[in-house]
Design a protein around this ligand. Sequence first.
Ligand SMILES: [Zn+2]
Ligand SMILES: [Zn+2]
Length: 334
Amino acid sequence: MSRKPKQLSSSDILAELQSLLEDFSEVLDRPDIRERVQALVPSVDKLRALGVSLMPEHVNAGARDRILAYFRKYPRTVIDGDELMVVSGIGEWARRVRELRVEFGWRINSGTTYKEMAADLAKDGETEALASLATDLDFDPLEMRPDQYVLTSDAHDRDAAYRWRVLNSIRKSKESVRDKILSYLKHNVGKPVLGEELRYLSPSSEWARRVRELRTEYGWAVASRMTGRPDLDVGVYVLEHERQARLNDRKIPDPVRVNVLRRDNYRCCVCDWSYSDRQPHDPRQFLELHHLEHHAKGGANVEKNLITLCNVHHDEVHRDKAATERVEEMASKF
Ligand SMILES: [Zn+2]
Ligand SMILES: [Zn+2]
């Protein structure tokens, strides 16, 4: 393999660019358009080289590496396509972004994904969730463009190729969008799934709504940062477990869910378990909301009728009358 020549410093390249532009100024008055265009080409090349030179030399193996290094330097940040053009030095940077996601498993969402998430919240009047999305992104999600991107976490999935194979086969199935999303989530129980992946299963922007319905109508534990898992990155979803909520405990609106979890400090009211305590061999694996007065018996989906329990204590409350009474006693302070 031949060694690459040492990269010129940005200031050297800038000096060359300045002198090229100086030369160009003399051509500017010439009548022939083509002559002017051709005279500008060296400056354009030099400008591109200047952009590439901004990245440290050790990540300078190729356009895709530079794009990845840039994302990893600024994770959870809205990055403009124009920035990627500068650091990559190529016009086809968008294809490299897709490769990073699809072939290498980097969790990169596009602006369209966030915009569609936000539009769904806006349509439902969920202003608080919308505001927290904007805070997390430090950007108005409703203003996001398709050529903007966010690396949601500085982690990548080594099984990327397999994930996209599964995704593609589900996409081709004849199921409804909701069922497609559910079956993809079921392939990834407990693992973060990108909004971008779920969006891929839907021919329109309806995916965000369908994800919400799975949680709030059908009782699947599809968690996200906005719905009571502040430990998750913005723009990823996790199906926490494969168990659909009991009929009584479905249909809790997201804002109510978030308020109850927050009030209970994201902990089981019986044993204090939280997601940060999760251990592989502990039967406690997730939190659920329990209706003090059962929903089926007329108990409302309001904060004072709901309490946070880990899955173990939730089971216990439904099984054991004494446990129910203890929980009711505890909840009387709300
Ligand atoms: Zn518990
Ligand atoms: Zn319950």
